[in-house]
Design a protein around this ligand. Structure first.
Ligand code: ZN
Length: 250
């Protein structure tokens, strides 16, 4: 089952990306020692990116309908073997305006594989997504949230950005709709990236109420590329839209 072991690697490093007007980002405030970019709470937008891993699954079509009814866009980090089994749902997600990312072919811990095995996991999945939806993923999320510098270098070799999260609903652990909703609402701030799993019934059941609550609170639900705007670059690692991206290997 999916587990998320967020391998924290210390404070985000400053450098190299520009402000994105599309995503409502602005440079950090005057506070001494402040790190990274922050959402401009006055003039900026309240935006959040819900992300769904390990699909498509049996509930994904239902989820797409619920999102469409609310004009909400999300990001799917897909497993290649599930894409190959249900390409029509992946195409429907793309055509509805959702973003598609690469979550490996079969969800191994990629840090235990050889470089060529990793390349195959990523390339087969990208090929399956392209065959299904006509687009090539430019974002990667490591299975279990587990990564090391060698893996990030292989992701960078493809030109993909690595996308983690700042809010983990832990749906994979408690499998409870109310807890998923509460953890998300407690943790989300403008610019957040939220980890969820659409193959789980308890998770997709939480989404309509969660989206309604966020929209009532003034949030716009956007894809990760919309959230990061022009800040999204291959070879970098992101946890949210507030911190500067980390540049592996420096
Ligand atoms: Zn996963």
């Amino acid at each position: 089952m999916p587990r998320s072991v967020a391998a924290r690697r210390g404070a985000a490093r400053r450098g190299g990306w520009t402000s994105s007007s599309e995503s409502g980002l602005s440079p950090p405030g005057a506070g001494a020692g402040s790190v990274g970019w922050v959402i401009d709470g006055a003039g900026g937008e309240r935006v959040v990116a819900l992300t769904f891993d390990d699909g498509p699954g049996p509930h994904t079509r239902w989820l797409l309908d619920e999102l469409a009814a609310r004009d909400a866009r999300v990001t799917f980090f897909l497993l290649g073997e599930h894409v190959a089994a249900d390409p029509a749902t992946v195409r429907a997600a793309h055509e509805a305006g959702h973003a598609l990312g690469n979550h490996s072919w079969s969800h191994p811990d990629l840090t235990t594989l050889t470089p060529d095995e990793v390349r195959t996991q990523l390339a087969r999945t990208a090929d399956a997504v392209r065959a299904a939806a006509g687009v090539t993923p430019i974002m990667f999320r490591p299975p279990f949230g587990t990564y090391d510098d060698a893996l990030l270098a292989l992701v960078a070799e493809r030109g993909d950005a690595t996308i983690l999260w700042d809010v983990d609903t832990r749906d994979w652990d408690h499998d409870d709709t109310e807890q998923t909703t509460r953890i998300a609402l407690d943790g989300i701030r403008p610019g957040s990236i939220v980890l969820m799993h659409d193959p789980r019934r308890s998770t997709v059941a939480a989404v309509p109420g969660l989206v309604d609550a966020l929209q009532a609170d003034g949030y716009r639900l956007v894809t990760v590329p919309e959230l990061l705007g022009s800040g999204l670059r291959g070879g970098r690692l992101y946890r949210d839209a507030r911190s500067v991206p980390e540049v592996p290997g420096r």
